[in-house]
Design a protein around this ligand. Structure first.
Ligand SMILES: C[S@@+](CC[C@H](N)C(=O)[O-])C[C@H]1O[C@@H](n2cnc3c(N)ncnc32)[C@H](O)[C@@H]1O
Length: 324
């Protein structure tokens, strides 16, 4: 019998490092390490078992995520900045969404056998929405600025942001285009979070809100730009064609549809993030997937769009732009 090849062995046990890190964030361990702390103090602050937290802390140190000096544990620059209270780039809220994904991904084998998505995660729905939209805001705040810069609006005055989520994209486009008025559509649970983000960005009045369902709520008409960011992957091909047709109808003549998503190449096996993300949609949606630029082009052409172009803007940020 030979040992497993190292790459295979590493992937098979990769879940351990991931789970150790998720649990540390879930217990808010890195906040408890501020200034350095021995395990007994960390256990007290996080209301955990001392033996349990000691083993976890040692494992975190062995993974290079924190440092151990004598009996005391200290954050690394990365855990201090990204994973602890008061960090300059605090990602803890959004990481809550990964905990929900851990639950749904645990059903992957059954999902592949049956084709039925995983049961909804057990965490409270309001907390789930907050962490999901929080994660979208954290990713979006960075990607949206790049996207708004890449798409000059050339005098366009109105935009519809379909499934606009946290508002990160509406905010970036409104900031980049001072005369732009944005309408953001999302489900009723999400809109109050979006409203707060828009207010915090100082853009009250520049963004209006439509609480509804992108499948059934009317989009209105006469828009210069319709943005569909990170939406198509949660829909089936038939639903995407219907959505793109609806976007076409909502545009003024000469208006443009901007689809922003993870886009597969024609082999469907690259880029890796898009291929692996497809599994996330398999587990969590009825008909979602990652799609190829060819599929998007076909739907856009069928809906009536012309001069369709595709661009990979940055890793995790691809777009298609078509004109009515
Ligand atoms: C992956 S997030 C993308 C958010 C945002 N467009 C972005 O790129 O950051 C998907 C968004 O679609 C919204 N959504 C899901 N189903 C919807 C539906 N049926 N109608 C309207 N919005 C929906 C979710 O609430 C969420 O805000």
């Amino acid at each position: 019998m030979k040992e497993l090849p190292p790459k295979l062995a590493e992937m098979l046990s990769g879940f351990r490092a991931s789970r150790i890190l998720l649990t540390a964030v879930e217990l808010d361990l890195f906040s408890a390490l501020k200034g350095g702390a021995p395990a007994r103090l960390v256990a007290r602050k996080t209301e955990t078992d001392e033996r349990g937290v000691t083993i976890l802390l040692d494992a975190l140190a062995s993974l290079g995520l924190i440092r151990k000096k004598g009996d005391s544990y200290h954050n690394s620059p990365a855990t201090a900045e990204f994973l602890s209270a008061g960090g300059r780039n605090d990602w803890r809220l959004g990481i809550g969404h990964h905990m929900a994904l851990w639950e749904s991904w645990s059903h992957l084998t059954d999902v592949v056998k049956t084709g039925v998505p995983a049961p909804r995660p057990t965490r409270r729905s309001e907390a789930r929405t907050k962490s999901f939209i929080g994660l979208m805001h954290q990713h979006g705040s960075i990607r949206a600025v790049r996207l708004a810069k890449a798409i000059p609006l050339a005098g366009g005055r109105t935009m519809l942001d379909v499934g606009g989520g946290s508002g990160a994209y509406s905010i970036a486009f409104a900031r980049k285009n001072p005369r732009l008025q944005v309408t953001l559509l999302d489900v009723p649970d999400v809109i109050p979070i979006t409203e707060k983000n828009v207010e915090a960005a100082g853009l009250t009045g520049r963004v209006s809100f439509l609480a509804g369902d992108l499948r059934s709520t009317g989009f209105g008409g006469g828009f210069d730009l319709v943005l569909v960011s990170a939406i198509c992957h949660m829909l089936s091909p038939e639903e995407n064609l219907a959505l793109i047709r609806k976007a076409f109808d909502a545009l003024a003549p000469g208006g443009r549809l901007l689809i922003h998503d993870f886009v597969l190449d024609e082999t469907r096996t690259a880029p890796r993030n898009a291929a692996v993300f497809a599994v996330n949609m398999l587990v969590n949606t009825e008909g979602g997937n990652s799609y190829t630029a060819g599929e998007y082009r076909r739907w856009m052409k069928d809906a009536g769009f012309g001069s369709i172009r595709f661009r990979r803007l940055s890793p995790h940020s691809d777009f298609l732009l078509g004109t009515k």
